[in-house]
Design a protein around this ligand. Structure first.
Ligand SMILES: NC(=O)c1ccc[n+]([C@@H]2O[C@H](COP(=O)([O-])OP(=O)(O)OC[C@H]3O[C@@H](n4cnc5c(N)ncnc54)[C@H](OP(=O)(O)O)[C@@H]3O)[C@@H](O)[C@H]2O)c1
Length: 320
């Protein structure tokens, strides 16, 4: 089967198109899935670079999203049948999605939303579960709350804006001016161009010094120390980014802030909530671009390149 293999850590050039044997079911709870589409997440270039070298052994098949068809099921699998359309995020540290077929435990599968194509569905599992965890499980975002989503044009950001809006929040986000209209169409009430303006000053001006109830950090850097100045008293900051640098949290203390650190685990229950939002038309995956899997190197270049001629907007998808 067609597979993208990483034999050595490095740039996009280490992603090698290879022919590998198709896996076969070996335990009664397994399911074999024909991968129709997958995606590129920052996690994939981080794995490719060797950021998680202590957790993996080379060679690696990376990839953290799958939309596809069930091909065969183990004898204990009653819920799924060949032909069912499914979507899910393969277990972090296991065999990833950059291959024509994927073997997984039946417990990881979710039914694909009826109103999405394979390409659209492949944009959802990793970020969908992550956004639900951040906004609902951790921040407990509710109607009337104010939220600032840093990195609104990214995979996480484009999804988080829509979910926040569906929950009834007033949404501030950061994004380039050229994307302002698109971000507003997703549900952003106020877009702050982070290349031109200081988001802390903008939030303080917009909220008359009160700050926002929730801040979502997809950016890292000095966000943990800077963003409390844009936070309301007793507000929450939810971050996805692993930050090794020491941070000065004095402003967090002044605000009685709560920090939540999120490292997503595959959670079918969270994806079920996202499926409902998609099927009721409240949320739609945003696709930046679709590449054939053979063109994986260009897809990885696009996500990792910080000097793009066209800004990133949503998810990069790979079709098979
Ligand atoms: N912990 C977890 O479980 C988990 C799960 C998913 C993702 N993540 C992490 O979350 C981060 C975002 O993921 P993603 O999929 O959304 O990435 P992405 O699709 O690459 O998007 C990144 C976005 O952030 C914006 N950005 C970059 N620097 C910024 C800054 N200083 N201020 C404001 N916006 C800025 C970029 O805008 P420009 O184009 O203008 O630079 C881009 O739109 C990644 O680091 C990823 O590894 C973690």
């Amino acid at each position: 089967m067609k597979t993208i293999v990483i034999n050595n850590y490095g740039g996009p050039e280490v992603l090698q198109l290879t022919d590998m044997p198709t896996p076969a079911i070996t335990t009664p709870s397994q399911v074999l899935v024909k991968v129709k589409a997958t995606s590129v997440n920052p996690l994939d270039y981080q794995v490719r670079r060797g950021d998680y070298a202590s957790l993996f052994e080379l060679p690696i098949i990376t990839g953290h999203d799958i939309a596809g068809d069930v091909i065969a099921v183990g004898e204990n699998v009653k819920k799924w049948r060949p032909g069912d359309k499914v979507y899910y995020s393969p277990r972090f540290g296991g065999t990833g999605s950059y291959a024509a077929y994927h073997l997984t435990d039946a417990s990881s599968l979710s039914r694909m939303p009826a109103n999405l194509s394979y390409e659209e569905a492949a944009a959802v599992p990793l970020i969908g579960g992550t956004v639900w965890e951040m906004l609902v499980v951790r921040a407990k975002l509710k109607k009337g709350d104010t939220i600032l989503i840093l990195g609104g044009a990214g995979g996480i950001g484009t999804f988080a804006i829509q979910v926040a809006k569906s929950l009834g929040a007033f949404v501030y986000t950061t994004g380039q001016s050229i994307l302002q209209e698109q971000l507003q169409q997703l549900g952003a009430d106020v877009v702050i161009d982070h290349h031109q303006k200081n988001y802390v000053e903008e939030i303080q001006a917009h909220t008359k010094g009160k700050g926002v109830d929730v801040i979502i950090d997809t950016v890292g850097g000095s966000t943990l120390s800077d963003s409390p100045r844009a936070l309301a008293n007793y507000g929450s900051i939810v971050t996805l980014v692993d930050i090794a640098l020491p941070q000065n949290l004095i402003h967090a203390w002044e605000k009685n802030a709560t920090y939540h650190f999120v490292f997503t685990r595959q959670n079918r229950d969270e994806l079920r909530h996202i499926t409902r939002l998609i099927e009721t038309g409240q949320v739609k995956p945003v696709i930046d671009s679709v590449y054939p899997i053979e063109d994986i190197k260009s897809a990885h270049q696009r996500i990792a390149d910080t000097k793009r001629d066209r800004p990133l907007f949503g998810k990069i998808v790979l079709s098979l």
